[in-house]
Design a protein around this ligand. Structure first.
Ligand SMILES: NC(=O)CC[C@H](N)C(=O)O
Length: 274
């Protein structure tokens, strides 16, 4: 059985790294390190020592210039101090070797602004989509119903049909300027997660069920390999029944459904020597 080694990337404004690390440990990851971005840039730590990269939520660089914009610039142009190698090369090698990447909220914003998603044709540096200001013009903080696309190649959502998770963001609206990109996402089933109406179970544009006005109600995307996944909802924030808004009124399973995404990742890596 292969070891599951998780790097949870912290620093410069992230604020969900502890819960994200907790979720990985709760489902049995063998090693979970919270690593500051500066450690990667200085070369003290390396991505190739791990096989699962988590990009947690928060306010990278205070969302100045737009959420995760400065962080994407840093990742794209930084060179590792000790080796001189571009940090982006380390990230692309991590993907090439078969690593998993989970981007949650600010982490998802970083993935799309780096071009890691949607990753058409194995190209991970072309920026084709974005996440922008909510239609409400406000920071949205609520629990939402989500429909999982059963045809999606996404490793993280295997076996799941619908989710109820919290969102907390100001720039969660999924957009693309090219209708052909949206068509291709649908053709390849890369639109893994959609905001849904709990009555019908179907994707919705109705506020606040769709809290930000995302095109095609998209709440999460994966790449064609299914190993890269980004979502605006916070699965790490539903790890126990007491996280659920109705936990004092409803009988709920002990484990929060959010952990299922992390368990799918660990089980996938256990079967592969990455
Ligand atoms: N919870 C988060 O990660 C927030 C993401 C980003 N800071 C936003 O407000 O959209």
């Amino acid at each position: 059985m292969a070891q599951v080694k998780v790097l949870v990337l912290a620093g410069f404004g992230t604020n969900c790294e502890r819960e994200t690390a907790y979720a990985c440990r709760a489902v049995g990851a063998d090693r979970v390190d919270i690593v500051h971005q500066a450690e990667l840039i200085h070369g003290d730590r390396r991505l190739d020592d791990f096989n699962f990269l988590c990009l947690p939520g928060g306010f990278l660089d205070g969302d100045n210039l737009g959420a995760a914009q400065a962080a994407a610039h840093r990742f794209r142009h930084a060179r590792v101090k000790t080796t001189g190698e571009p940090l982006m090369e380390q990230l692309l090698a991590f993907i090439k070797k078969g690593g998993l990447i989970l981007g949650i909220c600010n982490g998802f914003q970083l993935m799309v602004k780096l071009g890691l998603l949607p990753g058409f044709d194995g190209l991970y540096t072309q920026r084709l989509v974005s996440l922008t200001y909510n239609d409400s013009g406000r920071f949205e903080d609520r629990w939402v119903w989500l429909k999982v696309n059963p045809q999606s190649p996404c490793i993280f959502t295997r076996g799941l049909e619908r989710l109820y998770l919290p969102v907390r963001h100001g720039e969660g609206k999924f957009v693309t300027l090219d209708e052909k990109v949206l068509e291709r996402l649908k053709e390849e089933n890369l639109h893994t997660l959609q905001y849904a109406d709990p009555q019908t179970g179907e994707p919705t544009q109705t506020y606040p069920l769709n809290p930000n006005g995302s095109m095609a109600a998209i709440a999460g995307l994966c790449d064609p390999t299914g190993r890269l996944f980004g979502l605006m909802p916070h699965p790490e924030a539903f790890n126990h029944r007491t996280n659920h808004p109705a936990w004092t009124r409803e009988s709920l399973p002990e484990e929060g459904l959010g952990l299922s995404l992390f368990r799918n990742a660990v089980e996938y890596l256990r079967q592969r020597d990455v």
